[in-house]
Design a protein around this ligand. Structure first.
Ligand SMILES: NC(=O)c1ccc[n+]([C@@H]2O[C@H](COP(=O)([O-])OP(=O)(O)OC[C@H]3O[C@@H](n4cnc5c(N)ncnc54)[C@H](OP(=O)(O)O)[C@@H]3O)[C@@H](O)[C@H]2O)c1
Length: 287
């Protein structure tokens, strides 16, 4: 049986769907089982990675774990899970990390948190695989309100390009790693098929939505406030902006062949992602 942590999140829901389709028994961890809205056939359990008590019980009968943690607590949450997994006799941990963890020059918070989390997993003695995606295509949902309201994407670092990846492909790689052999001790950096600037993403959204969408470059602080207004905690919002700034460097624009190598399928384009999420940008016009 596979334990999926972060099962109610962007990647976790895709992964649960994928594993269900493969017919694999799944236990899904969430802090709020009653409102998790997970599909039938999934065993839903309450678990908080911040409270190590009970994590060993949650892993009873589990062979492999998908580890998803988020924000400043990543190092401690990963250590809690890895320690419990070792105690419970889990065979393999697949950790969702971050692409820039592999950039030795990166000293901003998100790769720093993930580096510590990865180390805790390696130190646990349980077999591991690190999955390190570059930026998610779904981050474009932060633009949904301004696109709906006035057909505009406000984003900083207009010259920066990121080879954004569809969370669907991140989940596809994780599902393959969790259900096949030969991935222990491997670190996989994932990207989508092409590097895109925010302006280029706005152009694709315009084509998919069939109406003009303009791009306006804003100061990082303005963009930071917008994601705080979206419910992202302050410290994490600052960390996300520090990470976005690195789009101006070459590292995030590199296309990696990993998704196709692992899954046998080409990574999805931003256009395909946008078509699948078109309804979330749908126009709301008074009168
Ligand atoms: N966004 C990007 O561009 C990007 C790129 C590369 C890597 N990443 C990495 O991807 C991860 C985020 O993935 P995501 O976007 O799929 O996550 P998400 O949608 O933000 O969901 C977060 C998940 O974590 C769970 N969670 C939060 N606190 C928890 C706790 N204390 N104990 C147990 N579960 C907890 C939540 O479950 P409940 O609320 O149900 O408990 C939820 O399922 C982060 O590690 C991030 O660094 C993101």
């Amino acid at each position: 049986m596979i334990l999926v942590t972060g099962a109610t999140g962007t990647v976790g829901r895709e992964l649960v769907g994928r594993l269900l389709a493969l017919g694999v028994p799944i236990r899904a961890a969430t802090r709020r089982p009653d409102s998790a809205g997970l599909p039938d056939g999934v065993q839903v359990v309450r678990a908080d990675l911040g409270g190590p008590d009970g994590l060993v019980d949650v892993m009873h009968g589990i062979d492999r774990v998908f580890l998803l943690s988020n924000g400043p607590e990543i190092p401690i949450h990963d250590a809690n899970l890895a320690e419990a997994a070792a105690k419970a006799g889990v065979d393999h941990i697949v950790k969702l990390s971050s692409g820039r963890t592999g950039d030795d020059t990166a000293t901003d918070p998100i790769p720093t948190w993930h580096r510590a989390g990865e180390q805790a997993v390696r130190d646990s003695g349980v077999a591991w695989t690190m999955v390190r995606p570059l930026g998610f295509m779904s981050n474009a949902l932060h633009w949904a309100d301004s696109i709906r309201d006035h057909d505009t994407v406000y984003a900083p670092f207009g010259q920066g390009r990121i080879a954004v990846v569809d969370p669907h492909d991140v989940a596809a790689v994780a599902a393959t790693v969790l259900t096949t052999d030969g991935h222990a001790g491997e670190t996989y950096t994932l990207s989508g098929p092409e590097p895109l600037s925010p302006g280029e993403q706005a152009d694709i959204l315009a084509e998919v939505l069939g109406r003009p969408v303009r791009y306006v470059e804003v100061a990082p602080d303005t963009a930071r406030q917008a994601i705080v207004d979206h419910g992202v905690p302050d410290e994490l919002a600052s960390a996300i902006m520090a990470l976005r700034a690195t789009a101006l460097e070459a590292f995030t624009s590199v296309v990696h062949p990993t998704v196709e190598k692992i899954t046998g399928t080409m990574p999805r384009s931003f256009r395909v992602w946008a078509e699948r999420h078109r309804h979330q940008f749908a126009e709301v016009r008074a009168g």
